[in-house]
Every structure is written in C-alpha cells, then in structure tokens.
Unconditional design. Structure first.
Lengths: 174, 167, 405
C-alpha cells in the first residue's frame, strides 16, 4: 500500500489503485464510450460493389443516421471509423495504409464485405486476401455484398466494442 | 446486308487475308503482323470502320508462334464487326500500334502489353494501367501462377505470402 | 512510422509546365471519383490544363480467375463487372456461351431476360444520376432516386435471392422462374418510379444552379466520341442515335417499340437528360414485355448445359452422371471463339470467349465500356474548371468493376 495518498487521483507506478480511482476511471470510460459510439464519423474507403449497399444503408429505410454514423468525413484527419467497402487490391493497398496512418486516435476499422474480410472469391495475384494483412480490423461484416441489416448489426457490435473499451483521454494510459 | 459488306472487304484484301471466314456474324481476317497498318487504314478509310472496339491477345504456350493478337473493329454506318488476328512469337512479340488511327487504342494497347507482354511500336506510353509499377511478369500468360502475388505493402505480423494455398 | 509507402503509379508528367501552375492529385480514395480512379491534374488557378487518368485500382484478376473455373462457375464473377446492373452482364455472358455452343433459349427466357435487362438498366441509371446529383449537392434528388433503387433491389431479391449481385443467369436459361405476385409488384414499382422521377425532374431540369454547372461542361463532339471508342449514353448525348438494341437487335428487342434518345451538345446536361429519358424508355419496354411474356419452360431442354430434373437425377444413372459431369467439369463448349456484345448501361459490353473444347474457358475477355471511356476522359476534362471535374466524371458513369475487371 502507498504511504502517501495523493489529493489528485493519479495512478502510482506500483499499479495498485484505490477504489475511488477505479470508480472514476470506469465512469470516465463509460462516458467516453457512450459519446464516441454514438458519434462515429465514418471515412467510406469505397472501392467496389459493396458501395451499392453502403449507399443503401446510408439512406432510408436503413439509415445509419439513427446510430449517429451518418455523416461521412472524407478526410482521414477528421474521421474515426475507416469503413473499407469493397475489394482492396495490391495497387490500392498503399493508399489504404496511407489513409489509415493519417487518421488520428481513436480510430476503428470496419471490414465491409467479404472481399475486405478475406479477399472474397478473388484469390489471385491482384487482390489482397483480407485487409487485416495490412491494417488491424475491429469488426468484420461478411456478405457479398452484405445486406443493410448486416451492416447495421456490424455497426452495433462496433458500438458495443467501443462502449467496453478503455478510453485514454487524460494521459496516454487512462 | 452484312454479307455484302463482308464480301467487298474480302475481295479487297484477297491476298492479305486469304483464310478469312465469317464466324458467328463477325468477319475474321487472319493476317501477317506487317499488314496490320495498311489493313486498318483501308478499313477505316474505305469501309468506314470508325471504331476500334478491343485489342487483346491469346496465349498458346504449346504452339509456335505463341501469341494471337486480336483486334475488333466496328462500323457505326454498316453496323457490323470485323475481327483481325495475327500471330507473333514469344521472342519478339511486336505489332504496330493503332494509336495514329484510333484514339481508343491508347488504353487498350497498354492493357494488352502489361498482361501479355506484346509490344506495340508507335505507342509511346506503355506504362502499366491495370497493374502497378514494380510488377514483374505478365499475369495473363499461362505460365504465370494465379496466386503469384507481389505485394507493395509489407504484411503485418503473422501473415505470410506462402500461406496462400490452392483456390 | 518510418516505413516508406511505395507509389503504385508513374505519372505522365511531374513537373509543371509553367511557374504559376500546380500539379494536384485527385483520388484514388475520393468520394467523387467513385472510389478507384486517380486523376493527376495540372491546374492554372482553377482551370485544368492537362490530366493523367489512372485506373486499375480495382483490378481483381477476373480474366485469370476465368481460366480456373468452369463456364457455369464464372457467372458470379461476371455479375461483379458492372455491379450496378448485374443482370445485363449475366445475360450477355450467357448469350455468348450459348451462341458458341449453339444452344437456343426458350421464348419465355428470351422475354424474361429482356425484361430483367431493362430493369437492371433502370437501376444503373438511377445509381449514376443519384451519385452525380449528390456530388453536385442535390441531396433530396439523391434520396428519392436511391429510394426507388431500394424498392428495385428488394424486388429483385424476391426473385433471385440477392439485392445487388444476383448470379441469376444460367447457360441455357435462368436460375428460377418468377414467383407469384412478382409482376403485380413490378407494376406498383413502376408507378412509384414515375412519381419520384417527376419530382426529380421538377427539382433539377430547370434549376438555375444545375444548368449553370452542367450546360456546356464536358463537351464531347461526335467525331471525338467515335474516335475514342465511346458508346452508350455518352455517344448518344453527342447526337448520334447508335444503340445496339436497335442496330443489331438481340433478345426480344426487335419486337419492342422504343425510341433512342439523343442529346444535342454532348455536355453533362445532355448526358443527364439522355439517361433520364432512357429510364422512361426502359419503363415503357418493361410494360410491353409484361404483356408479351409467354408461358413455358425457363431452361432449354438440352443436356449439354441444363441440369437434369432432380427426380431423374435420383433415379436414373444417366442423369446422375450428366449432373455430375456438368457440375464437376462444366458444360463442354466446342472449340472456337466468339465476340458477343450487348448494350450495357454504359455502352457496348462485349464478351470475347475462346474455348478449347473443355468445360473450362481458355480465355474470357471483357470489352468494357468504362475502361475505354476512361481513355477518353481526358478529352472531356481538359480545359474546364476543377469543380467541373465532378459532374463530368459522374456523367461518364465509370464503374470500377467494369473498368478494371
């Protein structure tokens, strides 16, 4: 146990924390998770046929606006959800990596469609067999192309994931 | 009416395209590679074949010469199509470029070049169009493996090119 | 990260012509270039001096895949070429294989394929116009058009099982026949389509801003269009009534009464209006076809390509072997080659098939209209403003799957 109890709750180097500290960080994570999950700014990295379903899911009657994920931001600096919609080929892979690196933390990646998940049925020299070979992926939405309901399910699962995450906003660690 | 125009084309090019046939409604003119430019100029000028539809190649690895290069022309006035084909070998796959006659030849020849390695003399811009800089090989040749990937971006930890097995 | 990310292309020019011009890169991840086109433009202020169009970012190796699958197994790949109007690709490919095999489809299939091809063309033009209008800022028109497109998708899903890419064509016929009530719902959708299109016409046709942004922008002359290989609505917008459905009729088009709309100037406004009129003509054709649809079987009774009926497969050894061979080896197509072109939503969609006599193709080459149009895109972009690139590019209707295959 620490001999000094600080007036401002900062995590001490030993790793043991007080109950009040734990309670505050949990509530902080819940609050940030709630705010972040309902205000997703997608960057639609659109390449192929899944774009048709992306257009459908953004419009009525499926509407991603209900989830707060309606407004696409076409600049990676301003967005936090990278939706890779469609096949990524080896020619496109450097572009995908560049866009991913230009995004600021926190950022999440959704692999929309089976080509982004695993390459789909394009198993040849040209297509990357799944974008997780290049960038880390948070949620995989399968389908060729996925029905809008599947995409919405994927967004909801991503929202659950964001809600459960730890959100480091005060310092680098918490 | 297409028979009439085909007959007049065949009589015009009697010696150049001796084995011409009509296959599924298209006139097929097999020629020597050198005869291409003259034939195309006559097709465009005299017979009003004003649109070059397509340029592609077929790879027959067991045969000498190895490649068939195939052009499709369309006439918006006569509404018929003509297929011109020639054979080139693997050691020197060169044909004349149709870019002086048809604007559409530029992109079509670039694609045929990068996929099969056919060189089109006279086309100054044969950069890869569907493939990327640094891609080695000609993918649509029969000896190029289907899974022959050449990634531009290094894969993350745990992924390896060698883990792609069959289909 | 200090890993250097390689550049996949080599630009045609990388030094500006003058001191006061600048070279910018547009795409390939860009909302208005429909995802996969990179345009390197040299600008003098806002005016585009020259462009270098790079496609190929969606090259998925369709032709290489074809050499590994049977003629039947290719149908899902063919769908994903022009994915906005997937049924047209299906039917064009199946038509090419059927002609090479010498198989004649049944009358019901002929009319049904024509009807569904026009229905798909409707979906494609809706998507093209919706995307172009949205990029110009007309969100309301986009939402109206996508609403109708969604009805069409759900309706085709009732028939084929999928919303966007269907794999519905079969060599020798179709996958399944129409369910009950499908034609009634079709009538309802066409009525709703007319109401929504009336609204879009009211919003856009005489809209000052729309006219200013699209009239005399991206002008293409007829001579340039034919030289550069343009076909489809773009060629028709220059004033030339060239349409494969009228010039070299296939399927049931010879028996239908329809017009071929043409433009006057070849600019963006004409391309928008030609597509709007083509949609109306498609609806007119669909209505005629609903009345002309004969009863009868969907698949031709030819054991070379059609699977035998299941009761026979389970009871007779010949049908069992026939079924097995068709699935495992594919339908045997006699050696030879053929080029068949249908009028796709973008223009002449051609399939050049080379067969070596087995159930697997030797070569399948697609003459894709979008790819050829990208070759001519520079002619339509040079000399106009940077902001004009958006409507011009949208009106070309470049579909990545078709352009890059």
């Amino acid at each position: 146990m620490n001999t000094v109890s600080p007036t401002i709750p900062i995590a001490p180097a030993g790793g043991t924390k007080s109950a009040a500290f734990e309670y505050l960080t949990t509530k902080k994570d819940e609050l940030c998770g709630w705010a972040r999950k309902f205000s997703l700014f997608p960057y639609p990295f659109v390449t192929a046929c899944c774009a048709m379903e992306f257009m459908s899911v953004s419009s009525s009657p499926y509407d991603t606006d209900r989830f707060g994920a309606a407004l696409p931001r076409f600049s990676p600096r301003q967005s936090d959800l990278l939706m890779v919609v469609g096949t990524v080929t080896h020619k496109q892979a450097p572009i995908l990596l560049k866009v991913y690196e230009q995004m600021c933390e926190p950022k999440w990646v959704m692999a929309f469609g089976v080509c982004a998940t695993s390459g789909g049925f394009y198993q040849n020299y040209a297509a990357v067999a799944g974008i997780d070979r290049i960038i880390p992926v948070d949620v995989y939405v399968p389908g060729c192309p996925p029905r809008p309901e599947t995409v919405i399910d994927g967004i909801m699962q991503l929202q659950d994931k964001i809600a459960r995450q730890k959100h480091a906003i005060i310092t680098k660690d918490f | 009416m297409s028979a009439a125009i085909f007959d007049s084309i065949r009589s015009q090019f009697g010696s150049l395209a001796a084995d011409s046939t009509v296959s599924h409604g298209t006139l097929v003119l097999p020629i020597e590679p050198d005869a291409l430019m003259g034939l195309a100029q006559t097709l465009k000028g005299t017979f009003r074949f004003d649109m070059l539809l397509d340029v592609t190649a077929i790879d027959w690895p067991a045969r000498q010469p190895r490649f068939d290069v195939v052009w499709h022309f369309y006439s918006t006035t006569h509404k018929v199509r003509v297929r011109v084909r020639t054979q080139v070998g693997e050691s020197d796959p060169m044909v004349a470029s149709l870019t002086p006659l048809y604007g559409s030849a530029a992109f079509l020849e670039r694609e045929c070049h990068e996929m099969y390695g056919i060189r089109f003399t006279g086309n100054k811009d044969l950069r890869p169009i569907l493939l990327y800089e640094g891609f080695v090989g000609y993918p649509l040749r029969k000896d190029y493996p289907k899974l022959g990937e050449q990634p531009l971006v290094n894969y993350r930890e745990g992924f390896d090119i060698a883990d792609r097995t069959g289909n | 990260m200090d890993m250097k990310i390689p550049n996949p292309i080599r630009p045609a020019f990388d030094t500006p012509q003058r001191d006061d011009t600048v070279i910018v890169n547009i795409g390939p991840s860009h909302p208005a270039t429909h995802g996969t086109i990179q345009i390197i433009a040299e600008l003098d202020g806002e005016k585009i001096l020259r462009t270098d169009v790079h496609c190929g970012y969606l090259h998925r190796g369709f032709e290489k895949e074809c050499e590994d699958h049977t003629w039947h197994n290719l149908i899902p790949y063919v769908d994903r070429l022009n994915y906005c109007s997937a049924l047209i690709n299906d039917f064009a490919y199946c038509d090419a294989v059927e002609q090479l095999m010498g198989v004649e489809i049944t009358p019901r299939t002929k009319y049904l394929r024509t009807l569904l091809a026009e229905y798909s063309r409707l979906a494609d033009h809706l998507t093209c116009i919706a995307a172009t209008l949205m990029e110009l800022g007309a969100m309301t028109a986009f939402l109206y058009l996508v609403m109708i497109r969604d009805y069409i998708y759900e309706h085709i899903a009732d028939l084929t099982g999928a919303r966007v890419t269907y794999s519905y064509g079969r060599i020798g016929g179709l996958a399944r026949d129409l369910p009950d009530g499908w034609l009634k719902r079709l009538e309802d959708i066409l009525v709703q389509y007319e109401e929504f299109i009336g609204r879009v016409h009211g919003l856009m046709d005489r809209n000052r801003i729309f006219i200013d942004r699209t009239r005399d922008v991206g002008v293409l002359t007829t001579a340039d269009a034919i030289d550069l290989g343009f076909t489809g609505p773009i060629l028709r917008s220059t004033g030339v009534p060239r349409d494969l459905r009228k010039d070299t009729p296939y399927l049931a088009y010879a028996e239908l009464d329809f017009e071929v709309p043409v433009g006057i100037k070849g600019d963006n406004y004409d391309r928008y209006y030609v597509r709007m009129r083509e949609m109306d003509e498609s609806v007119h054709m669909i209505r005629q076809l609903i009345d002309m649809l004969p009863a009868g079987p969907i698949n031709v009774d030819d054991r070379r390509c059609t699977l035998p009926p299941k009761p026979l497969v389970y009871n007779e050894i010949e049908s069992l072997i026939n079924h097995f061979k068709l699935i495992m080896d594919g339908p045997r197509v006699p050696a030879g080659e053929i080029y068949v072109a249908h009028e796709g939503a973008n223009g002449e969609l051609g399939f050049f098939l080379v067969s070596d006599g087995t159930g697997t193709p030797y070569k399948v080459h697609v003459r894709s209209p979008s790819f050829v149009h990208m070759g001519g895109a520079s002619r339509m972009l040079d000399g106009y403003q940077l902001a004009d690139l958006i409507p011009t590019f949208g009106s070309i209707n470049m579909i990545g799957g078709e352009c890059d295959r």
